[in-house]
Design a protein around this ligand. Structure first.
Ligand code: 3H9
Length: 696
């Protein structure tokens, strides 16, 4: 099937790219596009050419799936050069999202017009890349140094009005793109206007002091970032080249630096995450499931989590019934919701009118029978099994028969929680992450008896909320918190053996984690996990070494930031400092447990911490709790601050080599054999010479 279709109307050839879903510029598209353009150029009956995208968008970029495979000519830079070289006027008519290589095709055309709803941008940086088909050279010449740097370094698209304002496009089509595009081109053709090439565009500002200082400021800001991507500084170099060397030398530089970025581990990791995020939303076994209509959400519990869930639902256009146990608690919950929405208004993210509409869709209630018409009821009450268990029994009696009942529990057993319901097939876990109105991760916890329609409807609900849903089976802590437990335990073992919380936090931040494990615990509150630790301690294997520093801090009322003291001590402005009392307490624990301290280097700390995550994750995959290794990466990146540019722990493990990882675990097991028991799956993959990616 062709991916490019041409038709001629009164001397104008319309070349339409048709490669659903996003018209990515695959090898076939590139070949057919350049052939069509050159055929039209040599056709005496054609006076001008329009290039557009069929379906939902102008091309959204190069075909990312082709990166990493041997490149096939014609390459995109060549396609762009050949389009630009044509002697007849070519107009790009843009709708949807002209991104990356798509925008580079447009920049190579002689004119550009965009639908008023269109978005254009260079998102390559999100993949650890730079625009590599002339974009750095043409866009800088069209719109100047600062706007070009902003577009390429932020990776954020801009709307067509803004694009016209900075000179990236010529006109906005306010009514109907194609007729307006035709009339734009015909007027140029009728005036025999010469073609106008972006490569010849030149703004005086390109060689001015402003350009120099924009480049210098960018360099400084990138140098100040601990984990800047190589592509960031390479973009600055390319933009600078556009101001200093001729177009073709600039293109050659861009090509060289693009290839360098493409080969970087950061780009490989970021491309892995791009596809992992999309794959995560594809749950197995959903083929014949039907999705029910969801209009109203019942939220039980208006604490921090419940209120944020309500906000997320309101923002996505759902009606929300929010239930609290009394008027006082309800007042607190609605004030919390109002404050979140007001903050969004103040920051300009939300128009006042929209806020009023959202509040009008909120029904606060103190009687849980108010959820009688809700299509999904999400429970977000105190993390206590018996409280939740009783609540669901009561909810089942009032909710409509096809309503989905969901628990937002972070750890509890979904099978047990829904086990005594008359209809456990409509029950599942929807584990939101705090703050639920901002965090994109949603673990969809599927119980043994949850039916596919319940899962499919919840999945559609998650997508409507703009979340990245990841399927999880049932176990203590599901995917994310179970890995978190193993990670913290590995860190605690290092505390027993001589490391300090401050050293471990520093090492993990240096690795790229947003926060270290102990500062994270201080932030969420040590008391939150205390009751869980007490519950689990009873069932704990006595052969496992236990650190207990967090328990001792809790006994002293040090619950973290909220009490001004936890692992750290906090000043009035929230600044933290390590505390010698904690180091002494740790020393006492080492004496009590007969552990002798030794010194740890940052590399050993990171290796052990990541090995613990990967080993536990491999067990989770082997048990069928996670559907694939890339789902674990998505959970870690979106829920636990794992650096995106490292691709997640499973990607890291593949990069390290599973053989080496397994050997390290064998070494660690010499002191803690039970904790460091290697996963069967990890051992098998390592012995077979396979990788986690083979299972994705
Ligand atoms: C580039 O252009 C480099 C050049 O400068 C130089 C080259 C030499 N390729 O996101 P969705 C798939 S780098 C291949 O769910 P949405 C995606 O995997 C590129 N596939 O839809 C998914 O597949 P599936 C610069 C792609 O409506 C399906 O399309 N461009 C590509 O939520 C639907 O995607 C970018 O980085 C692609 N380029 O969002 C833009 N794009 O159904 C990347 C998408 O099998 N794309 N797919 O899971 C996006 O940002 C979003 O997809 C977009 C639509 C906003 C366009």
């Amino acid at each position: 099937m062709n991916t490019v279709n041409s038709s001629v109307r009164d001397g104008i050839e319309i070349i339409a790219i048709s490669n659903p879903p996003v018209n990515a510029l695959s090898h076939q598209v590139r070949s057919e596009l350049v052939a069509s353009v050159e055929r039209a150029a040599s056709n005496p009956d054609v006076a001008g050419i329009i290039i557009l995208g069929e379906g939902r968008t102008f091309p959204a970029g190069a075909d990312i799936r082709e990166f990493g495979r041997p490149p096939k000519a014609p390459w995109l830079p060549e396609v762009c050069n050949r389009i630009e070289a044509v002697q007849k006027p070519i107009l790009a008519a843009i709708h949807g999202t002209a991104l990356g290589g798509g925008l580079e095709i447009a920049a190579a055309c002689h004119f550009r017009i965009a639908d008023s709803n269109a978005q254009v941008g260079f998102p390559e940086i999100n993949l650890g890349l730079l625009p590599g088909a002339g974009g750095t050279q043409r866009a800088t010449r069209l719109c100047g140094v600062q706007p070009a740097l902003d577009l390429m370094l932020s990776g954020k698209p801009i709307n067509s009005s803004k694009a016209a304002e900075i000179g990236l496009i010529d006109e906005v089509a306010w009514r109907d793109l194609l007729p307006e595009a035709e009339s734009f081109l015909r007027s140029r053709v009728s005036r025999s206007e010469p073609v106008r090439r972006s490569r010849d565009a030149w703004k005086d500002s390109l060689s001015g002091v402003e350009a120099e200082s924009a480049l210098l400021n960018c360099r400084k800001s990138i140098a100040g970032k601990p984990h800047a991507l190589p592509a960031q500084i390479r973009i600055v170099e390319c933009v600078e080249a556009a101001t200093k060397v001729n177009f073709f030398d600039g293109l050659a530089k861009e090509r060289r630096l693009f290839s360098e970025c493409l080969a970087s581990p950061q780009s490989s990791a970021l491309r892995h995450v791009f596809f992992a995020e999309r794959k995560a939303a594809k749950f197995p076994g959903m083929e014949s499931a039907s999705v029910r209509t969801v209009r109203e959400i019942g939220v039980i519990g208006g604490g921090t989590m419940g209120s944020a869930i309500a906000v997320a639902c309101l923002q996505s256009g759902f009606r929300v019934v929010l239930v609290e146990r009394d008027a006082e608690q309800l007042g607190r919950a609605t004030r919390r919701i109002d404050a979140v929405l007001e903050a969004a208004v103040a920051k300009g993210f939300l128009p006042e009118r929209k806020k009023s509409e959202m509040l009008a869709s909120l029904e606060p209630a103190t009687d849980f029978r108010s959820v009688i018409d809700s299509d999904i009821v999400v429970e977000a009450v105190f993390e206590d099994f018996s409280v939740k268990h009783r609540l669901f029994a009561a909810l089942e009696a009032v909710a409509k028969p096809d309503a989905i009942l969901a628990s937002n529990t972070s750890y509890l057993d979904i099978n047990e929680l829904g086990g005594s319901l008359d209809h456990p097939e409509r029950f599942l876990g929807l584990h939101f992450f705090a703050p639920a109105n901002r965090m994109r991760l949603l673990e969809v916890v599927v119980g043994d008896r949850t039916n596919p329609d319940t899962v499919a409807t919840s999945l559609a609900f998650a997508k409507k909320l703009g979340k990245i849903p990841v399927r999880s089976g049932v176990c203590e802590g599901f995917i994310g918190n179970r890995i978190l437990t193993a990670y913290r335990e590995a860190c605690d073992l290092m505390l027993l053996d001589g490391a300090t919380p401050f050293q471990i936090d520093g090492a993990m931040r240096g690795f790229g984690m947003k926060m270290g494990p102990y500062e994270t615990m201080d932030l969420s509150g040590l008391d939150i996990s205390w009751s869980r630790r007490k519950r689990l301690k009873l069932a704990r294997d006595s052969r496992l070494r236990y650190c207990g520093l967090a328990d001792k801090l809790c006994e002293r009322g040090r619950f973290g930031r909220k009490t001004g003291m936890g692992f750290y001590v906090y000043g009035e402005n929230g600044e933290s400092r390590p505390d010698e009392d904690v180091t002494s307490l740790l020393e006492e624990i080492r004496v009590e447990t007969g552990c002798s301290g030794r010194s740890f280097g940052n590399e050993e700390i990171r290796n052990r911490a990541i090995a613990a995550k990967v080993n536990e994750a491999a067990k989770i995959i082997d048990e069928g709790i996670a559907s694939r290794p890339s789902d674990v990466d998505v959970v870690e990146i979106h829920g636990y601050g794992f650096p995106r540019w490292l691709g997640g722990p499973m990607k890291c493990a593949d990069e390290m080599g599973l053989g080496l990882l397994l050997a390290n675990i064998g070494e660690y097991a010499k002191t803690d054999a039970l904790f460091w028991e290697p996963s069967t799956l990890l051992s098998k993959l390592a012995i077979d010479g396979s990788s986690f990616d083979d299972l994705n």
